[in-house]
Ligand binder design. Structure first.
Ligand code: 13P
Ligand code: SF4
Length: 304
C-alpha cells in the first residue's frame, strides 16, 4: 500500500483530521482535509469534530490548535518545524514593555509562542491585524513580534504603535529592487504581497493580504499576470484554484525552510506513532486562550 493510502486508513482509524497551512508542499496539501491561512486554521481547530488534529505547518500553529482544543490530541509531524519570528520575543520582554508603557495594550501576532500569547491582551493574524488594533480601547499599542506587520497596521490607524524588532526571515529578504525588476519584465503585472514584507516592498505593491486573502484577490481581479510576494507554497494553491492565470514568485528567496519540513513520510509516522504531541502547560494555556478567543470573537462576531 502506498503512503497516501496508509495515511487515509490511519486517519479513519484515529478519527483524525489533517489541517495544512497554505505554504505546505503540494503533496501535503493534497492529503489535507482543510487548507488555509493562520486565522482560518485556528478557527477550524477550535470547532472541528475529531479526536486528533495532525497539524501540517509550524509549531506556533499547532500550539494554537492545542490551546483552543485542549481535549484533542494535536500532532506536529516534524518536531523541528518552528517559526524563527516566534522565537524573537520572550514573555519577560513583554513584561518589560508593559512596565515602560503602562497604558498600552499588547497585540500579539499569532506567530509567537504560547507563553508570549499568555502575557498579551489579544492576538491577531495578518488578515485581521488592522481590525484587532482598531478594536482596542487604548490609543497606544505594543505590537509584537513582527515590525513589518506592525508598521503596515500603523498606516490604517491613528493609534500610536510601539514596534518590536521581530521579522520573518523569509519575507524580509525580499527587496524593493525585486519588485522593480519583475515589474519591468512582465507585461501589465499585478503585485500582491504579504504584510510581513518590508514597508518599501509594500509601497510598490498593488495589494497587501494574508495568504488566503492573496488567493481571493488573485482569483477575482481581471489581471492575468500576477506577481506573488509570499512563500512559494501558495503558488500551488493558486494554480489549483485558478489555473488560467500566470503566477510569478516575486523572488526565488521566498522559501520558508520550516514549512518544507513536513513530508508524507512524517505525516504517516505521526499518525502511526501518535507523534509529536503538542502540549501546552495548563497555566500558560488558560491565559493564552483568552488572547486567542478575544481575536476569534472579534473576527467572527458577525457570522457566528
Ligand atoms: P497567514 O496567516 O497569512 O497564512 O501567514 C502566516 C505566515 O506564517 C506568513 O509567513
Ligand atoms: Fe515564520 Fe516566516 Fe515561515 Fe511564516 S514564512 S512560518 S513567518 S518563518
Amino acid at each position: 500500500m502506498d503512503v497516501v493510502n496508509k495515511i487515509m486508513d490511519l486517519k479513519k482509524e484515529r478519527k483524525a483530521v489533517i489541517l495544512a497551512h497554505n505554504y505546505q508542499p503540494p503533496e501535503i496539501q493534497d492529503v489535507a482535509d482543510f487548507i488555509g491561512d493562520s486565522l482560518e486554521l485556528a478557527q477550524r481547530a477550535s470547532k472541528i469534530d475529531a479526536d486528533v488534529i495532525v497539524f501540517c505547518g509550524v509549531r506556533f500553529m499547532a500550539e494554537s490548535a492545542a490551546i483552543l482544543s485542549p481535549e484533542k490530541t494535536v500532532l506536529l509531524p516534524e518536531w523541528t518545524a518552528g517559526c524563527p519570528m516566534a522565537e524573537m520575543i520572550e514573555p519577560q520582554d513583554v513584561v518589560k514593555l508593559r512596565e515602560r508603557y503602562p497604558d498600552a495594550e499588547v497585540v500579539c501576532y499569532v506567530n509567537s509562542t504560547a507563553a508570549v500569547k499568555a502575557v498579551s491582551d489579544v492576538c491577531c493574524t495578518s488578515s485581521n491585524a488592522v481590525k484587532v488594533v482598531n478594536s482596542c480601547k487604548s490609543n497606544k499599542i505594543i505590537f509584537i513580534p513582527d515590525k513589518n506587520l506592525g508598521s503596515y497596521v500603523s498606516r490604517f490607524t491613528d493609534k500610536e504603535i510601539i514596534l518590536w524588532e521581530g521579522y520573518c526571515p523569509t519575507h524580509h529578504k525580499v527587496l524593493a529592487s525585486d519588485v522593480k525588476k519583475i515589474k519591468e519584465k512582465k507585461e501589465t503585472p499585478f503585485v500582491i504581497v504579504h504584510p510581513e514584507c518590508r514597508p518599501e516592498v509594500i509601497d510598490l505593491a498593488d495589494e497587501v493580504a494574508s495568504t488566503s486573502g492573496i488567493i481571493k484577490i488573485a482569483t477575482t481581479i481581471p489581471n492575468k499576470n500576477i506577481i506573488i510576494g509570499t512563500e512559494m507554497g501558495l503558488i500551488y494553491r493558486l494554480k489549483k484554484t485558478n489555473p488560467y492565470k500566470n503566477y510569478y514568485l516575486l523572488s526565488p528567496r521566498l522559501i520558508c525552510p520550516n514549512m518544507k519540513k513536513t513530508t508524507l513520510e512524517t505525516v504517516y509516522r505521526s499518525l502511526k506513532d501518535m507523534q509529536h504531541v503538542i502540549k501546552v502547560d495548563e497555566d500558560i494555556r488558560r491565559e493564552a486562550v483568552k488572547s486567542l478567543n478575544r481575536m476569534l470573537k472579534l473576527t467572527y462576531q458577525n457570522i457566528l
